[in-house]
Write a protein that binds this ligand. Structure first.
Ligand SMILES: C[S@@+](CC[C@H](N)C(=O)[O-])C[C@H]1O[C@@H](n2cnc3c(N)ncnc32)[C@H](O)[C@@H]1O
Ligand code: SF4
Length: 429
């Protein structure tokens, strides 16, 4: 633990030059922050689920139709506030996540989408997450008619006993029928989210899961190792049931098994955890570096500021009903922090261009990070291809292990505290 904490502090100082990162309970003056931004991504959070999975870190509560309808009305008010600020600038990516967006198919999601398309200059498709149990033929038709073209399904596991361990309310046979139904609907991309390194999972089970995912015919697979978040019920369950976490080396080997299956089937790596069939537009959460997050726990990133809405659905709704912004915390970003954030997401995508860094920051990439490129290419973590830097499979994995030192701890603290306190005074990460 002390070693992780030491490494985290050293990495933070190295990349951001900050001793600590402190979010304040201030609403930034937004008008000026939007001025020199040409295009945006939109994220919409739907914080409702029909059941709560014990391992899941996302902001959600049990779905109730009345709460969902009130929430939809509040989101529309938030959209109106942003429409004043964004004006006619193009919105170039739109992602609806959760929670479970498909809980709200008939209780306001369609009205929210209509409003988004009415108010913003939408220049993109809609990407949306879904739960397998919500994908009846009728619901799939509703999803298509709302304009969703890229669908992600929370498949999670491909063996019945692992689905049971995760408390998922369906079996593999039902799952296969759901995926087939979705594939027949003509989405541009159907993504399956799967989790590996599950308690007691063997290498041959990982291999079987990879093969079943390919055979099902999905366009993309996002395969994550099971992350343990301190504020979920999972640590207690793991203790009671004596589940042991897979080591980083075991996870690497499991990911290696999946890599060879997906590459063998012609997929390409499109992010640390995602593999996509060639020619398919990848399903992905945020495709542009700057975005506005709508809804409870929506986070926004605008060049020099990051801010986060309250996580509490009731407080979010009440704030907007009384004409207040639902922003709970904000963080002004120094140039070093912006650069570290930029690099974080580019490593996640496994490739980036030096010229894009120059375009964004007006500085040469090598002036800032050049000293790391040569040693990393010597140990074959990356390939330096002139303008483009491409991470190898090994580089992708181990750099992400380093990133996780930050993100799991920081997300745990930020999300865990925000869930308990709707309006935290201050949060030091
Ligand atoms: C918002 S959920 C997907 C949609 C829907 N709510 C569902 O559960 O089917 C997002 C995805 O994050 C992944 N996920 C959630 N908790 C995780 C954890 N602790 N470790 C790894 N992946 C996790 C799962 O693959 C999950 O499908
Ligand atoms: S995994 Fe999906 S359904 Fe389960 S609690 Fe998380 S968001 Fe809800």
């Amino acid at each position: 633990m002390w070693l992780e904490s030491f490494l985290r502090t050293q990495l933070r100082r190295l990349l951001t030059k900050e001793n600590h990162i402190a979010l304040e309970n201030e609403i930034p003056s937004l008008q000026s922050r939007f001025q020199d931004i040409d295009e945006f991504g939109l994220y919409l959070h739907i914080p409702f689920c029909r059941q709560i999975c014990p391992y899941c870190p996302y902001n959600k509560e049990i779905y109730h139709p009345q709460a969902a309808e009130r929430y939809a009305a509040a989101v529309k008010k938030e959209i109106d506030i942003y429409s004043e600020l964004i004006g006619n600038r193009p919105v170039t990516s739109f992602y609806i996540g959760g929670g479970t967006p498909t809980t709200m198919l008939y209780t306001g999601l369609d009205c929210i989408l209509e409003h988004v398309f009415e108010v913003f200059n939408m220049q993109c498709d809609v990407h949306m997450e879904s739960h397998p149990n919500d994908l009846s033929l009728e619901n799939l038709n509703a999803i298509i008619s709302m304009g969703v073209r890229h669908l992600s399904i929370g498949v999670e596991a491909l063996q019945d006993h692992h689905l049971k361990t995760l408390h998922r309310p369906y079996n593999v046979e039902q799952l296969k029928a759901v995926v087939e139904r979705a594939l027949n609907k003509g989405f541009k991309c159907v993504n399956a989210d799967a989790i590996f390194a599950l308690p007691g999972q063997t290498y041959s089970e990982v291999e079987e899961a990879g093969n079943v995912l390919v055979e099902m015919g999905v366009d993309q697979v996002a395969a994550y190792p099971l992350f343990k978040f301190a504020y979920t019920k999972w640590p207690q369950i793991a203790k009671d049931k004596n589940y042991r976490s897979a080591s980083i080396f075991k996870r690497r080997r499991m990911l290696g098994i999946l890599e060879s299956i997906f590459y063998g089937a012609g997929f390409e790596r499109t992010s640390v955890w995602a593999f996509t069939r060639p020619g398919v537009a990848k399903y992905c959460s945020v495709t542009v570096p700057l975005y506005v997050g709508l809804g409870a726990s929506g986070g926004s990133y605008l060049k020099d500021v990051f801010y986060l809405n309250t996580f509490n659905v009731q407080e979010y709704t009440t704030a907007l009903e009384s004409g207040r912004m639902p922003i709970a915390l904000s963080l002004d970003l120094t140039e070093k922090m912006q650069m570290a954030g930029w690099l974080y997401w580019r490593i996640y995508e496994t490739r980036f261009k030096r010229s894009d860094f120059k375009k964004r920051f007006g500085k040469e990439f090598d002036e800032v990070y050049g000293k790391y490129v040569r040693p990393l290419s010597l140990i074959r973590f990356l390939k330096d291809d002139g303008d483009e830097i491409v991470l190898s499979d090994n580089g992708t994995y181990w750099l992400h292990v380093l990133q996780d030192l930050f993100s799991i701890e920081y997300i745990g603290k930020l999300w865990g505290t925000s869930k308990q306190e709707p309006w935290p005074e201050k949060m030091v990460l």
